[in-house]
Design a protein around this ligand. Sequence first.
Ligand code: ADE
Ligand code: ZN
Length: 330
Amino acid sequence: PNLKKVIKGIPKAELHLHIEGSFEPELMFQIAKRNNIILDYDSIDSLKKAYQFNNLQEFLDIYYTGAKVLLYEQDFYDLTWAYLNKVHDQNVVHVEVFFDPQTHTDRGVDFAVVINGIYKALEKAKQELNISYKLIMSYLRHLSEEEAFKTLESSLPYKDWIDGVGLDSSEIGNPPSKFVQVFKASAKHGYKLVAHAGEEGPVDYIWEALDLLKVIRIDHGNRCLDDEKLVQRLVKEKIPLTLCPLSNVALKVISKMEEHPVAKMLEKGIIATIHSDDPAYFGGYMNANFYETAKALNLNKRQIMQLAINAFEASWLSSNVKEKHILEVK
Ligand code: ADE
Ligand code: ZN
C-alpha cells in the first residue's frame, strides 16, 4: 500500500530517456496548432488509441511521425521543460537525456535549433529545479554510418554541451558493427559512448557494442541472461544496463511484467537500473516504472533501493556527487 510512497520518496536518476519520447499528446496537439500542422489524428484520444505496438518498429513509426511537429527552438524547449517539470515532481534529481538530431535535421530543422531549445530547458532546470543533467546525442542506426558522421560534424560547435553519444532506432539488421568508425571518432572528440543493444536484437549485438564500439554502458541489454559469459563480463567490468520495463512490455520484448529479467540481473551482480525510455508512449515515467516492476516481481525495499543506487553508480556524475546522492537514497 505504501509502495508508491516509498518509491516517490527515493531520489532517482533517469539515464535512459529519449526526449522525443516524452512528447505527450496534449503538448503535441498544442505545438501542431501553433505551427499550422495538421496531425493524422483528429483528437488526443484517437492519437492515444494508436499507441498499441507489436514491436519496436511499430512504435518508431509513430514516434518519428509525432516528432515532425517540432520545428522551432521554442518547441524543443517546451518539450524538454515539460519533461523536466514532470520528473521533478517524481523526485528525479539527475537526468541523462538522449536526443535524436537526425530525426529533425533530415526534415530541414537545424542542429542548432534542436540543441539550443533542449539546452536552455536543461539549464533552467538546473537553476530552478535543482536537477543536474548530461546530454547524449544518439545516432539513428537505420541510417548509414556516413550520415552519423555528418551528425558528429554538426555537433562539434556544441561539444561542450554534449557528454556522450548513443545508438538507437531499429535494432535488428543494424548491428553495432555498422558504426565502429563513427564511435571511434566520437570518442576522439571526448564523447562518452553508450548504445542500445539486446533490446530486440540478439546477445551478439551486446558483445559487439562492448568489443567493437567500446561502450561504457548498455541501453536495455535484456537478452544478456542468454549468455553466462556475457553476464560475467558485465559484472567484472561493471558495465551497467539501463532497463526500461514499461517499454519492454509495450513493445513486447517481454510478454508480461512478471517476466522482466531485472531481479535476476540484480541477483547476478549486474549494475541494473530502471528508466522510462519513451514515457509518453509507454504509459509511465520513472515512478511508474519502479512501481510496476516492484509490484510484478515482488521486489523488497532493499532491491528497490539497490536499483536507485545503481542508477547513481551508473551515471556520469563525479564520484563525490554520486556518493552524496547514494547516501540520500539510504
Ligand atoms: N528510440 C526511442 N526509443 C527507442 C527504443 N526503445 N529502442 C530503440 N530506439 C529508440
Ligand atoms: Zn531507448
